[in-house]
Design a protein around this ligand. Sequence first.
Ligand code: PSU
Ligand code: MN
Length: 307
Amino acid sequence: MFEISFSPEVVEARNAGTPVVALESTIITHGMPYPQNLETARLVEQTVRESGAVPATIAVMSGVLKVGLTDAELETLAQLENVAKLSRADLPACIATRGNGATTVAATMIAAARAGISVFATGGIGGVHQGAELSFDISADLQELAQTAVTVVAAGAKAILDIPKTLEVLETLGVPVIAYGQDQIPAFWSRASGLKAPIRMNEAEAIAAAHLTRVAMEVPGGQLVCNPVPEASEISQADMQPVIAQAQAEAAAQNVVGKAVTPFLLQRIFELTEGRSLETNIALVLNNAQLASKIAAQIAMIGPKSS
Ligand code: PSU
Ligand code: MN
């Protein structure tokens, strides 16, 4: 009915006790254009390896839940057309109907937890969309963080979202939001958001200890780590703001709703910035892969002793 298929590399890591970092696949199929999506996916995996962990990119292929993709599978996924975007609501149905699908943050967390993986690196999470008081568009990623014990490393939330409202919902849901190495929540393309983070941590070890403490106390849910984009690659909020406003106006004019909203906005922002947004996106994902690998290594090291 349901089985997890691990890649040979992940099987080996599990046997050897090497730390594993989960990676999502919606960023490949719906977040970036081909061929940059494939190049980035490979670079992220390589960055995880160079940081001492093993990458497990997660996706559903012909109804099989894959935890870790071979390079050939990664290539297939990057070029598949009409691949489904799977969140919590879609994942079991896709498996049951033998479909192909890419996992969002929510679905990747579900798969990672079932595969015994504690840490997951991505670019940005879904959140409360601007105008959500009318559209009710709030990503299932937030609910997932409240119930599934995976630490997610992201670069904060994109300004396509309403960041203050996203933080409020996370607080209501009891999700720890940790800024890494600075006081402010980063805003994806920019290091600054003007918003103070609820928690600041400067060391991967502290983030790992907080994860393990939560698990030991049986407090359900994960953690959101917000890792600022490296300075050399950031784009200022002032530069991004008009681009985002235009993409949002177009989405509204074309009646884009539901799970099409995020992919539509990402694609338009890519076009409107002539690819500059994508360069930043790639840099921050790689940066997140490094931090996630460090956290995974710390969890592997201190995990058994701290229970
Ligand atoms: N934000 C990004 N890049 C992304 C996504 C969000 O900056 O690729 C993707 C992630 O997979 C995330 C999903 O989980 O979009 C959220 O979609 P929705 O808002 O429909 O829940
Ligand atoms: Mn949505």
